[in-house]
Design a protein. Sequence first.
Length: 658
Amino acid sequence: MSDKKSSTNLAITLREFLIGLSRPIKQLIAFGTDAIGFAICAIGVWWLLFTGELSTALVVWMSLTTIVAALLLGWSQGLYRSVVRYMGLDLFIAGAKAAAGAALVGVAFLYFNNIAGAPIRWAIAYWGMAFFYICSSRYLARVFLIHRRSPVERERVIIYGAGSAGAQLAITLHGDDQFLPVAMVDDDLSLHKKLVKGLTVHSPTHIEAIIRNTNATRVLLAMPTASRWKRRAVLEYLSQFPVHVQTIPDVADLISGDARVDDIREVDVEDLLGRDPVPPDPELLSAAISGKRVMVTGAGGSIGAELCRQILKQAPKTLVLFEISEIALYEIEHELQAEAQSVGCKLVALLGSVHHQNRVREALEAFEINTIYHAAAYKHVPIVEHNLLEGVHNNILGTLHIAQAAIDAEVENFILISTDKAVSPTNVMGATKRFAEMILQAMQDQHDSIRFCMVRFGNVLESSGSVVPLFRKQIRDGGPVTVTHRDIIRYFMTIPEAAQLVMQAGGMAKGGDVFVLDMGEPVKIRDLAARMIALTGCTVRDKSNPEGDIEIRYIGLRPAEKLYEELLIGTDVSGTRHPRIMRAEEEYINWEALRPLIAELDVASRALDRVRARQILMDSVGEYDPSNGIEDLVWVTQQRTAEDVESDTVVDFPSKRA
């Protein structure tokens, strides 16, 4: 046992020594080794074919000639510039060419020395022996230099999908040190029981038996071209088995070069939802953007940043990034600089708050903005619930200020990013967003030089504060996964799809429009959590399965949170030219009646009168029904100076209950 361990340590030390040598030294070693190898090949062929017939001097000169030719041809084919550990098919091609070239040189030598009958036999034999030497020597060197775990130590995986992507993935995994592919699975009946890259293709109905017989612990989806609903069906089927399910990138990423087949990643949550996006209408996408000067407020946020990415694809003349967070502004500007240059767009990064009407107006006029996408808002329901005045100041008064500045600067299009929480709101965030909608609806009646519209949609996947990244982290940490209520449901949409639909809705705006996006089928958050757990190869721990891996813990609804969200106030809705964008007809307060309410909100905000501000919201947003189960918080002011009252920044100060 001790001798075996010593020999293993010696092999590791030698391997590390050889790998650590400089490139010229490695090439010199390869030259010397090959010179000996080619000499053996040449002399071996003479010995087999012409024993006793030729003089020793002629054999020596023949060997030297073929050695030099083989080395020079090997260099020209890259044999001494390639990294041996990573050579593949190129080794066989280069080896065949080098051996064939050296054989031809040998033939010429034989003709020159008038050795009749020998050239063809010698050339064939030498080519075969030299080619075998080149390939076998590199292969043995590769085996020695690459430390490979035994098949028993590697994780066994099943590849789902026996097409070209699956075949390429199998090749990659066979050369990998971590995974060992043991079988393929495909829905195509014509492939069943066939061999693809040495793997038998099975029916998906046999997965349970394959897992049991091979001890596979992971399934890799090689279905880059499959529709999302198809992948969802596969994932739902696989979620019942104790395996970790991962996927390769989709075909768009593979074609663009942004990803490779062997870039294995966790399953995209949009695949769990099974919603295939509708291809965008190019005319609607570009209507309010192409060749125009565009501003995005809240440009560093989840939606704002994606809007900026999508807007740049439509080649605007100018794109102004307006953001209050310095780090968020830096990151999105840094990300977009190269893309902006490639489309000839002037990219401008401006620090600022929509609270500051003069600052906003200055920016709009200086850059002659044509279209505004207003994404700056406070959106996290519990935080806004406990910071009512800041919610009012940002979501309502901020929208008012930028809308007034847009009118003054003669902006053509103004698109407000709204939310399904504005419908029959039970929380401050939803009420402030509905109030902001009504401001634009009322202002539209007063001004026909600008087109105001608002786009209302539900939750977006992977946005800041979304449950999906939270669930991923909780699963990675071993749980528990926290869900607020067993019956809570939500609508979901991907960030890119949401941004594209917002842009297309803006392209259809006539003025005062409330656009509602088709969010698909609602999703039970409990089911989403359970499926995400299952696809990591873990099981849910509950009363029926006390030995499970990860618990789903129900922590109760957050302040003012709904069990379900709505998208419409009433049912008066009409279709548009886009199948997933609807136009809602909703009542609102006219400007003459709304203006004094806005003034009262402004006064209450400056006076830090939270109770009055909440009452104004209740009086203005008729559907606003604060959750009765949420304890109302009373906020009082501390002693303030006159400058505090005049300040644009309003802060809530908690105090003891009166």
